[in-house]
Structures are given as C-alpha cells and as structure tokens.
Design a protein around this ligand. Structure first.
Ligand SMILES: Cc1cc2nc3c(=O)[nH]c(=O)nc-3n(C[C@H](O)[C@H](O)[C@H](O)COP(=O)(O)O)c2cc1C
Length: 233
C-alpha cells in the first residue's frame, strides 16, 4: 500500500505535524508500506494564474515548470492520503491554499474517488476547527473518503494523540477491508448530482472526463464510488 502525506509547513522535519505524522505512519500496521511524507519547504509550487486552462483542457501550464505534476502523480497513486496544514490566521497556510487552488479542477471530476484520507492540523491555541473542516470539505470534493482527523495543539499530550491514531487506524483498516460499507457525505452526494446535471448538457474537457469514466451512467456519488471501487478491487 502507498501512503502519501503532504504537510503544508515550511518547518520541514522540525514541523510538529511532520513529527506527529511520522509517528503515526511508523505504526507496525504500516511496516511493509511505501510511505512518502513531504513538507512545503521541499517543494516549488507556483501560484495559480487564474487562466482556467485546467477546467477547460485538464492541463495546467504551470505543471511543466514546478513540482505539481509529481504531487498529482503521488496523489493518484496513493492508497492512503494524509493532508496536513498548520493553522495560519484561522485558516490553512498559504502553501496549502495554493496547492488546493492548483487541484481545483479535480473538484469537478472527483479525481481522488474512493481514496481514504486523513486530515491533520497543528495550532497554537485557536482556529483548528476551521482548518479541519476546510480540509475535510475539499478532500471530499476531490472524491476522497475522509476517515480521520488529527489536531495537534500545545495542550494535548502526545498519549492522547496516540489514542486518536489507534481509532483512525481501526477505521482505515476496516475501510481497506470492506470499502463498500462506507457512508458518503451529503455534501458529496449533492455536489455529484449538481455537477452531473450541468456537465451532461455541456461539451469540453469536463464533459469528456465524465463520459470516459462512465460517470453519467451513475446517478449518485455512492453508486459511482462503488463502481470505481469494484473496478479497482
Ligand atoms: C503566520 C502564522 C499565523 C498563525 N496563526 C495562528 C492562528 O491563527 N491560531 C493559532 O492558534 N496559531 C497560529 N499560528 C501558530 C501555528 O499554528 C503553530 O505554530 C503550528 O503549530 C505550527 O505547526 P508546524 O510546527 O507543523 O509548522 C500561526 C503561525 C504563523 C507562522
């Protein structure tokens, strides 16, 4: 299994998120897995220029000059994704927001359909709920199945976070064994339905992506999810 984690902190290996996530993936259960955890300081991700080429063609012109192409590849190949951002002024860090902007068009195509996701944040003392809620929403819009959340703060002892690790591990392993049992969020359900209704009438990249991936044949996100999971199993 491939585990891919992105930590939107410039503190690299000194980042609290990095240290906690490293500890999380060092669990015995993941000992045979291919694990890649990257931090913002090791990446060159340019700002979205707002050209909308990605929505229109599925191609971002910046992918050929920065690290985004490799990030997309790692996300698409991952069996478990960890998305983590420190709280910066009650929201995700600028790096994380920029990364999400560059993935924006995937929220119309559910490119990460069915991938289990863990979201994580690190905070001084406030704003964690906004970051967790935002990361959950975006990862769901990308098609991911958010199975766990980790909040790191000054007050929480590491033993308590380890308790969270154990409960997340159980949910993740259960999902990998029996993905069909998953409950999709009402947000994913509504998003899928409204995109399906508008894209079926249109032409262009997004319509073609939906057509090529048989998405118009499925009326609900859950039906499409099950179809894709069965294809992959
Ligand atoms: C620009 C900036 C803004 C921050 N804003 C907040 C904030 O709004 N609330 C908060 O509790 N902590 C805030 N912090 C503190 C960070 O969330 C905290 O240091 C975090 O644990 C860093 O995570 P890391 O060690 O993984 O980089 C801010 C830090 C920076 C650098």
């Amino acid at each position: 299994m491939k585990i891919f984690g992105i930590i939107a902190s410039m503190n690299g290996e000194n980042s609290r998120e990095y240290q906690v996530i490293k500890k999380y993936v060092s669990n015995e259960k993941y000992k045979n897995d291919d694990i890649k955890i990257i931090t913002a300081d090791s990446l060159d991700i340019r700002y979205c220029r707002g050209c909308c080429s990605c929505f229109e063609t599925g191609i971002c012109p910046l992918d050929s000059i920065d690290d985004m192409k490799n990030i997309k590849k790692d996300l698409l190949e991952a069996d478990l994704i960890i998305m983590s951002s420190p709280v910066y002024v009650h929201h995700v860090s600028g790096f994380m927001k920029n990364l999400i902007d560059r993935l924006g068009y995937w929220t119309h195509t559910f490119h990460l359909i069915g991938k289990p996701v863990i979201v994580c944040t690190s905070t001084g003392n406030s704003g964690a709920e906004y970051v967790i809620s935002y990361l959950k929403k975006i990862m769901s819009a990308l098609g991911g199945i958010v199975l766990g959340e980790i909040t790191i703060d000054d007050m929480t002892p590491i033993e308590k976070i380890e308790g969270t690790f154990n409960s997340i591990n159980e949910v993740v392993l259960e999902f990998l064994k029996e993905p069909d049992c998953i409950n999709v969020s009402s947000f994913q359900h509504t998003l899928y339905k409204s995109l399906r209704m508008s894209l079926i009438e249109q032409s262009g990249y997004e319509h073609e992506y939906w057509r090529e991936n048989d998405m118009f044949n499925y009326f609900t996100f859950k039906d499409y999810l099950l179809y894709r999971l069965n294809l992959h199993n």
